[in-house]
Design a protein around this ligand. Structure first.
Ligand SMILES: NC(=O)c1ccc[n+]([C@@H]2O[C@H](COP(=O)([O-])OP(=O)(O)OC[C@H]3O[C@@H](n4cnc5c(N)ncnc54)[C@H](O)[C@@H]3O)[C@@H](O)[C@H]2O)c1
Length: 435
């Protein structure tokens, strides 16, 4: 039985708290795609296909033709930032895209002016800016965000909205009593509880308005009972957290392969140099701790040392991020992996990934907003585990461990799409071809 999915008519408004490198590379990229100036490389929704039925059926439509997704032409953008730069100026400052390309999309980007942010320097220590809301309570700030969303929707004639956090990584903090129930959270908003982070206020505002929410950073944002309850009550799909782009993406490609062949691993040393504003924010130990938690969890979950103690019990895993301004967004990530094989004989693997952070992240933003919008039109609510494919630290129901293996994640994603449309799930059993 297929789900009823409402059509993707009208405009889809994409709202981004944080109009920095990732957000502006995404927006500029979509404007460039709309004009035929480039291809949306890295985007599964735009370039990916899905096999339906048997291998002999020859049914492999594009995903975008199989499920009713909004098209890039239907997207309109808005956002909030503590800096006053419009999207063109912010993109120029981020120095990810070439000035020649940016100049061709300047008219569209210059019109996107950041709304005043909800900001608290205690959560992001290395930056400060003038474009912030000054209401006395967090509750009033949340109301103001909801007003911003209504104004944006009206001005842009958007049929539906999706919000995706592309703001700086906030300082590490654990769920507190104020995060446990919606009533406690709303009381906390009224009393300016210091345990409520700005990103949580954006997420609250989105969910109250029935707007799907994704978190591209590792912060504890909507991964708390109060906001997950709100998402279910309002029947809103959500997902997170922390885009899986560079080094962690490589890890989730390689580690399942090592485990599949029962090769052991003694140590995995990962280090990065990175010189963009994200790198500057992550130079603060509080923000780095948030990132470190999500980056470290991946290997343990994939390699399962509890099931394979001979291979992975004593694995030494370290992750470093070093702020190095000359490189800007063009990060370099090194991995040294000490593996061992037959009879314990040691071997080494070295990876040197000269990547571009925001070039890798932009297509994930596109896929996430389109899939979240699809999920909402299909009546799906709460955590969307099938979107784990995009995250370093996929959100799951309490008590469930996250799935990190990128190939299992992809299978889960595609099977969810098949399920939505009432197609047979693909198990890869394949015995029927030999009967
Ligand atoms: N690029 C990647 O590959 C990648 C991968 C995983 C996660 N991320 C995360 O995505 C986020 C964005 O990355 P980026 O490279 O664009 O960083 P960036 O520093 O260029 O942009 C972040 C923007 O958020 C703004 N901001 C901070 N707090 C805010 C608030 N409360 N409200 C509104 N705006 C706020 C900052 O002023 C800045 O302009 C970061 O948290 C980063 O860790 C990026």
């Amino acid at each position: 039985m297929s789900r009823t999915i409402a059509p993707a008519k009208g405009k889809l408004g994409i709202l981004m708290p944080g109009m920095g490198a990732v957000a502006t590379t995404f927006m500029a990229g979509i404007e460039a795609v709309k004009k035929g100036l480039g291809e949306p490389v890295g985007s599964l929704t735009q370039l990916g296909t899905i096999r339906l039925g048997k291998r002999t059926d020859n049914r492999t439509p594009y995903i975008r033709d199989f499920v009713p997704l909004a098209t890039p032409k239907q997207l309109v953008f808005g956002g909030w930032d503590i800096f006053e730069d419009n999207a063109y100026e912010a993109a120029a400052h981020a120095r990810v895209l070439q000035p020649e390309l940016l100049s061709k999309v300047k008219p569209a980007l210059s019109k996107i002016k950041p709304m005043k942010a909800v900001f608290d320097k205690n959560y992001v220590k290395r930056i400060d800016g003038p474009n912030v809301k000054t209401h006395k309570t967090l509750a009033a700030k949340a109301e103001a965000l909801m007003e911003d969303m209504k104004t944006f929707q009206k001005t842009n004639g958007a049929d539906r909205l999706v919000m995706i956090w592309c703001g700086s990584t906030e300082s590490f903090h654990k769920a507190a009593p104020v995060h446990q129930t919606l009533a406690a959270f709303e009381k906390g908003l009224a009393k300016n509880d210091a345990d409520i982070a700005p990103s949580q206020i954006y997420a609250y505002a989105a969910l109250k308005m029935g707007v799907p929410f994704a978190n591209g950073a590792p912060n504890l944002t909507h991964d708390i009972p109060a906001l997950l309850d709100l998402a279910r009550d309002r029947e809103v799909p959500v997902c997170g957290k922390d885009f899986k782009t560079g080094q962690t993406f490589m890890k989730t490609l390689l580690a399942p392969g090592l485990k599949a062949r029962m090769l052991g691993c003694k140590g995995w040393y990962s280090t990065n140099i990175l010189g963009n504003r994200d790198g500057e924010v992550l130079d603060d130990p509080g923000s780095f701790k948030t990132k470190e938690e999500t980056k470290l969890s991946v290997l343990d979950q994939i390699l399962q040392p509890n099931l394979y103690p001979q291979l992975y019990k004593d694995l030494y895993h370290t992750v470093r991020i070093n702020y190095y301004p000359p490189r800007g967004d063009e990060k370099e990530g090194w991995d040294n992996i000490d593996i061992f094989g037959w009879l314990g004989y040691p071997m080494q693997i070295k990876i040197d990934f000269l990547c571009r952070d925001s070039i890798l992240a932009a297509p994930l933003v596109l896929d996430l907003v389109l899939f979240l919008d699809l999920a909402q039109r299909a009546g799906m609510k709460g955590i969307q585990e099938w979107l784990s494919f995009y995250f370093k630290a996929p959100m799951t129901a309490p008590g469930l461990y996250p799935e990190h293996d990128v190939f299992i994640q992809l299978m889960k994603l595609k099977n969810t799409l098949r399920h939505m449309k009432g197609e047979d799930l693909i198990t890869h059993l394949g015995l029927e071809y030999y009967d």
